[in-house]
Design a protein around this ligand. Sequence first.
Ligand code: SF4
Ligand code: FES
Length: 484
Amino acid sequence: MPRLKINDVELEAPAGALVLDLCREQGIDIPHYCYHPALSPVATCRMCLVELKGQPKLATSCTTTVPPAPRDNPEAVVMEVLTNSPAVADARASVMDFLLMNHPLDCPICDQAGECKLQDYSYAYGSGDSKMVEPKRRYRYEDLGAKIVIDKNRCIHCTRCVRFTKEVTGTYELTVAQRGSHLEVTTYSGKSLDGNPWAGNVVDLCPVGALTSRDFRFNKRVWYLKPVPSISRYSATASPVWLDVDQNRVWRIRPRPLPGHPETFFLHDEERYAYHSYNLDPSRRLEGPRLKGERASFDRIREALEGAGPVAVVGQGTFGNESAERLGSLATEESWRFGTGDKHYPILLPKHQLSADGIFNRRGFSERGFRFGLLEILQGLLEAGTVKGLVILHDEAFSSGRESERLLGLVGRAAFSLVLECLPSELGRAATATVPITTCAEESDAVTNHQGEIRRYERALQPPMGICTVAQVVNELKGVPVPA
Ligand code: SF4
Ligand code: FES
């Protein structure tokens, strides 16, 4: 492998490796705006300049790669990089002056404040001074459809957003128009971003506050938010995400990219805006267990379940592995574990949507003996009287009308049926008993995605008093005391 030096520290790296990536791997901060690992390099912002010993001009580290080792001297140092020389510091300060030339000082009202690269780099690398005496260029903010708002005054023309609509979604809504100091990011003939189901990603990509989300804009200062690691419930990829939480409420979802997993860089808008469903109105939820429509204790439900006879369980593959494990333990026979959930998505971006399956823990449930698509076997067992009791872990958002009908039919055939669900549903009302459970944002667990990778998620919200996790409910049903 070729040898190189970064700030006089010698290391080996494969030929073709990006200098910017290597520096970051060494823990060296290289300021950058236009570089993004999922987009093609354009080297327009000039913020990532480094010095290469022996070369007269500074080079952009986002486009400089490690050359191969010479054949006649494989041990030779092929490149010496300096990221902290006076020439680099001077260049960074000058680039910051240039980028801030037209940028307004509206940080107190800008949504990006607190996570703005312009603020951060200005503080770390800027001159702290402005040489601009001319009036700044001014635009009014514009709606790019119902989801995204652009404030062109703040744009630094890194073109990340433009490259996203060109290279990732292939929808080409955004472009760069005009020339020189009149350069502006805009849409082709006033085209909106509403038709782009991945449009929300341009807000994450924008390193400054030029592109903002209509959904989040002016709602919360970001320094109040606590990021909680979680997973996307959109597809069986179970992409890692951050849930940004404050005051027991989720305010937004952001991608949490995993190295080596390009599909984790971007989120579908359906998932991005699904966080509203995590902030459940407590008045819509059941307050506690119910038996035949009346409030009941766990003891009474346990007695009713024990008295019912042989029990089968039905688990929706949208709960965690711990829930699947505990629910499975309620089945009288191992083979009486059935899986539900039949939601699927169209594949629009094959590179970023690795699975069309909308049941994100189907694999985790399958590995625990839950059999999907075989509810007719369960129906036969109920009709033959072999199975008398039914426990269903349910979330109607992930079942089609056909599957919901089928579940209703099973509940009607069981001598005793218990439904565990977050929100009351027709299925719960038809069952003999219901127990409210926590949502995925209110518990910590893990799922196994379609590739067999374990993806963990942490509790982000405190559940209302008296609402338990599936594991706690199963403990109660088995008579194991639940710790306070
Ligand atoms: S709007 Fe944001 S992402 Fe797009 S070019 Fe301007 S600064 Fe870059
Ligand atoms: S990040 Fe290298 S030039 Fe912009």
